[in-house]
Ligand binder design. Structure first.
Ligand code: GRF
Length: 207
C-alpha cells in the first residue's frame, strides 16, 4: 500500500480528483495518510474533513522565521511515514532539506507543458496568462518529480489541451484542470503505487 501525503494551499480540486480516484478504484494500492495546508483557510482542508481524512495546517505565519517553519513542517510530515508526497496546488517552494529527505518521492502538478510556461513566476493564473499572451495553440499539464530547481525535475506524465478563440486565463485554467490535471495526477499516483515508474538519468520510464 502506497502511503501518500497531499500538500495543498487552495481550493483543492486536484485533491478532490485524487480522493475520487481512490474511492472509484482508478487509483489502487494507495492510502491518503494526511492532507497538509500552509493556509488555514484552504477549502482543500474542508474536502479532506468531509471524507474523514486527517488534515492539518502548518502556517509560516505561526513561526518566527522561514527556517523554523521549514523545520517544523518537515518534522511533522516525517511523523506520517509516507512513501510519496503529492503537491496538489501547494504554493510553497520546496526547500533543499525536504527535497533531500524525499528524493524522487515528491511529485507536482504544473498547469502547462513543461518546459514552456514554467519556472519562477509561473504559478496559478500567471501560467495561463503567459500562454494567451504568447498565442500558443496547445497547452496542457505536466506531472513531474520535484528536484532542486523550479519545475525542472524528471517528467512523469503530460497531457495536451487546446487553446481556443476567446479564452480568458480563467476559462483556460478550468479547461486545463478538467481535461488534463484531474486525469494525469491520479494516473501518476496509480502508476507509482503499482511499481510502474522508474527514474534513471533524470528521466522517467513508465510501464
Ligand atoms: C492547479 O492549477 C495546479 O496545477 C496549480 O494550482 C492549481 C491548484 O488548484 N499548481 P486546486 O487547489 O487543486 O483546485
Amino acid at each position: 500500500m502506497l502511503k501518500i501525503a497531499v500538500l495543498v494551499s487552495g481550493g483543492g480540486t486536484n485533491l478532490q480528483a485524487i480522493i475520487d480516484a481512490v474511492e472509484g478504484g482508478t487509483i489502487t494500492n494507495t492510502q491518503i495518510e494526511v492532507v497538509i495546508s500552509n493556509n488555514k483557510n484552504a477549502y482543500a482542508l474542508e474536502r479532506a474533513a468531509a471524507k474523514g481524512i486527517e488534515h492539518i495546517c502548518i502556517s509560516p505565519k505561526d513561526f518566527e522565521s522561514r527556517a523554523a517553519f521549514h523545520a517544523a513542517f518537515l518534522e511533522k510530515l516525517n511523523t506520517y511515514q509516507v512513501d510519496l508526497v503529492v503537491l496538489a496546488g501547494f504554493l510553497v517552494v520546496i526547500w533543499p532539506e525536504m527535497i533531500a529527505a524525499y528524493k524522487n518521492r515528491i511529485i507536482n502538478i504544473h498547469p502547462s507543458l513543461i518546459p514552456s510556461f514554467c519556472g519562477t513566476g509561473y504559478y496559478g493564473l500567471k501560467v495561463h496568462e503567459g500562454v494567451l499572451k504568447r498565442g500558443v495553440k496547445i497547452t496542457g499539464a505536466t506531472v513531474h518529480f520535484v528536484d532542486e530547481g523550479t519545475d525542472t525535475g524528471p517528467i512523469l506524465l503530460q497531457k495536451a489541451v487546446a487553446v481556443e478563440e476567446g479564452d480568458t486565463p480563467e476559462i483556460l485554467q478550468r479547461r486545463v484542470m478538467e481535461q488534463a490535471e484531474w486525469q494525469i495526477l491520479p494516473e501518476a499516483i496509480d502508476r507509482i503505487a503499482n511499481g510502474r515508474v522508474r527514474v534513471a538519468d533524470g528521466k522517467v520510464c513508465i510501464r
